[in-house]
Design a protein around this ligand. Structure first.
Ligand SMILES: C[S@@+](CC[C@H](N)C(=O)[O-])C[C@H]1O[C@@H](n2cnc3c(N)ncnc32)[C@H](O)[C@@H]1O
Length: 438
């Protein structure tokens, strides 16, 4: 017989937490305050993992998932929790991490940035497979905890145009002779064009190429192909199409990009995030500012627009070339860029970059500990040496909290403000922003 448990709280991944004879049990599909019948699918030494099979007492925050594949598809994990409660949960994750790992508390919690919860996703990596049994192609996200592709024909978080392409893409894959040699289709939605990058393990045959061209024409998308690494990506059909780009109207910026280059997945929230970052950083003419992990210049160019001198540093040569081109296109000669591995930052290398009044840091999930440790200690520097303000944009609150501990307890900064941005509604992903002042 299945156990019945009371769900005590929600973990950072959106699972309910229960205890069975004292042993922590993470329950997929159950919310805090609920009573659920569960099926344990894995027993570990210290905890169990389980699925909720029936909700016997539902939370007031439970809502009907909009997507019919929710629960099987691994793309979303929180559609059963009301949108405002998702935001509150993400805010709690941020506060918990800052307190537990960083031993810091922001002076001010910023109101969460949020936008439309559906149809927001402009980037995705869809898996593709030819499946004999099902008599056709599968295109979509992977199933939860599985390497199988979810049998889906639409998606509520992809932009509606891209969602409407899933079934036609499945049909296309079903017709191609090299279908088993196309493991992935990457999607990038720009303001004037949608690009689909087909990862090809072998070239198209002539007949396949005709089918793909006809697909692109019928659905008004541009198809790119990628034979090997990201440097092999190139347009396939049509060869002339509008440029892939997004804009930041508040800063009068247009940002062209290639479909394989990093851009934030949620264009609306990205605009709000950039806007908030600029208000917190408050760049001024005459200031010298660094934008670390600058990518294609998403924050660098808005900083440059203020008149400050800005130095973007980034590990990817391709992205730095793109950032330089974007600065040129937007007529911002005060934006300078360099390629460097910021995971190898040292106090000497940081000092050699010269004095910065302010920093913006937007690292990958692993955070920016080497950068943070390279800043002058509070004891060793006078007022003029260390950047007096740091805006830290983070896609993992645990590493933000770890870095905040060093900033606040070693480097002499104060955590003035922090808040979340709901970059990925219905997933457990927590994007956040923090302001440190010295
Ligand atoms: C979260 S993205 C932010 C990019 C940019 N700020 C934006 O908003 O589009 C993190 C960036 O860090 C870069 N990166 C990853 N590892 C790095 C490293 N070791 N050194 C420098 N940059 C790195 C990635 O290429 C990526 O552009």
């Amino acid at each position: 017989m299945n156990p019945v448990v009371d769900i005590l709280s929600l973990d950072h991944e959106g699972h309910g937490i229960a205890r069975i004879d004292g042993k922590v049990t993470f329950v997929d599909g159950a919310l805090a305050g609920e009573r659920a019948e569960i099926a344990i699918y894995r027993k570990h030494a210290k905890y169990n993992s389980a699925n909720a099979v029936a909700i016997l007492k539902a939370s007031a925050q439970r809502t009907e998932p909009r997507c019919k594949y929710f629960g099987r598809c691994g793309g979303c994990s929180m559609q059963h929790l009301e949108a405002s409660a998702q935001l509150a949960a993400k805010q709690r994750v941020l506060e918990d991490n800052l307190a537990r790992i960083g031993k810091v508390k922001p002076d001010v919690m910023l109101p969460a940035l949020h936008g439309p919860s559906w149809g927001y996703r402009t980037r995705a990596r869809l898996s593709a497979r030819w499946v004999d049994k099902k008599g056709g192609g599968l295109v979509g996200f992977r199933e939860k905890r599985s390497s199988f592709i979810a049998d889906m024909a639409s998606c509520e978080v992809l932009t509606p145009d891209v969602s409407a392409l899933i079934q036609p893409l499945r049909d296309l894959i079903g017709m191609l002779s090299n279908a088993d040699r196309i493991p992935q289709i990457e999607v990038a939605v720009g303001e004037h064009v949608t690009v689909l990058v087909f990862r090809l393990l072998e070239p198209w045959s002539e007949e396949d190429a005709d089918l793909v061209r006809a697909f692109a024409d019928r659905h008004h998308v541009q198809i790119w192909e990628q034979a090997k690494g990201p440097d092999t990506v190139r347009p396939f059909w049509p060869d002339i199409a509008p440029e892939l780009s997004y804009s930041l109207p508040e800063f009068d910026l247009v940002m062209p990009f290639k479909p394989t280059e990093f851009t934030q997945v949620n264009t609306g929230i990205n605009r709000a995030l950039v806007s908030r970052a600029m208000r917190l950083l408050n760049p001024q003419p005459g200031e010298r500012i660094a934008d670390l992990f600058c990518g294609l210049g998403n924050f660098t160019l808005p900083i440059a627009r203020s008149g400050a001198e800005v130095h973007g540093i980034e590990g990817s040569t391709e992205l730095v070339a793109r950032a330089r081109e974007n600065a040129l296109r937007n007529r911002l000669p005060n934006a300078h860029f360099a390629v460097d591995n910021l995971f190898e930052m040292t106090p000497e290398k940081f000092a050699a970059l010269g004095h910065f009044d302010k920093l913006l840091i937007d690292p990958p999930r692993s955070g920016a500990i080497e950068v943070v440790k390279s800043l002058p200690d509070c004891a060793e520097s006078g007022e003029g040496h260390a950047p007096r303000r740091i805006v830290y944009v983070s896609c993992d609150p645990a590493t933000l909290a770890r870095d905040a501990e060093v900033l606040c307890h070693v480097k002499g900064y104060r955590l003035e403000a922090a808040g979340v941005a709901n970059m990925f509604p219905h997933t457990a992903h927590v994007e956040s922003i923090a302001l440190f002042e010295r």
